[in-house]
Design a protein around this ligand. Sequence first.
Ligand SMILES: Nc1ncnc2c1ncn2[C@@H]1O[C@H](COP(=O)(O)OP(=O)(O)OP(=O)(O)O)[C@@H](O)[C@H]1O
Ligand SMILES: [Mg+2]
Length: 244
Amino acid sequence: MHSLSIEHVSKSYTLDGAARPVLKDITLHVRRNEIVAIIGASGCGKSTLLRLIVGLDTDFHGSIIRGSKGAAPARVGMVFQDHRLFPWLTVEANVNLAFDSSDISPSTRSDKVRHYIDLVGLSEFAKAYPRQLSGGMAQRAAIARALAQEPDILLMDEPFGALDSILRMRLQDELLSIWEKHRLSIVIVTHDVEEALYLADRVMVMEPNPGRIRDVFEVALPRPRDRGGVLLSTLKKRCMELLI
Ligand SMILES: Nc1ncnc2c1ncn2[C@@H]1O[C@H](COP(=O)(O)OP(=O)(O)OP(=O)(O)O)[C@@H](O)[C@H]1O
Ligand SMILES: [Mg+2]
């Protein structure tokens, strides 16, 4: 059963009166509980594709079905590259926003807020404002906000891009443990081939002008994966060849 079907999606932007194709004929089926990583050169349309998937932009050709045909639409959460927390709200209040369009009771709501803040290890900072957090903590708060929506599909646009490599590895492991507990589909855009291979079940490699799929391949390795393992190194080499 598919949780996300992207079929023959093409998209153009108009620049100086001329249409510039940005995405060309993208087809990808993301299975339930699958992690798909998207890699590709800057400008090849990765963020554009996520915006289309989440529904922020509806001006495209092709079809995107969130959820399975005939079933209720899937809930989609998004973590942007910059954390996009509201600076005038505490961590708690930022996460609370996830429930604004739902009709759950205030007490359930605050239980859930606490749960997701705990999950990303920020309980002691629930009352802190974004400016009082480090970059990694703010990013974790943004992840808590996205998870609080209890999405079936989590979209992440270079969520760890701004972080140092140690923190990045820690958050990757946290993400995998959240994924194991909550079972959701994840589409993660990254510049980091090693990150893609460490996290994903499948990697989609894109090429630019216009953005299209170069290759999609499985990373058929059990978790936890050995970051320095021979198989990952072989796959990394293959990815690099596709990207150059
Ligand atoms: N609102 C817009 N209007 C016109 N062109 C746009 C707009 N947004 C993005 N583009 C163009 O679309 C192309 C793809 O942009 P996008 O942000 O999706 O790339 P990306 O793969 O996410 O790149 P990066 O890795 O640098 O984040 C770029 O050439 C960009 O200039
Ligand atoms: Mg981008």
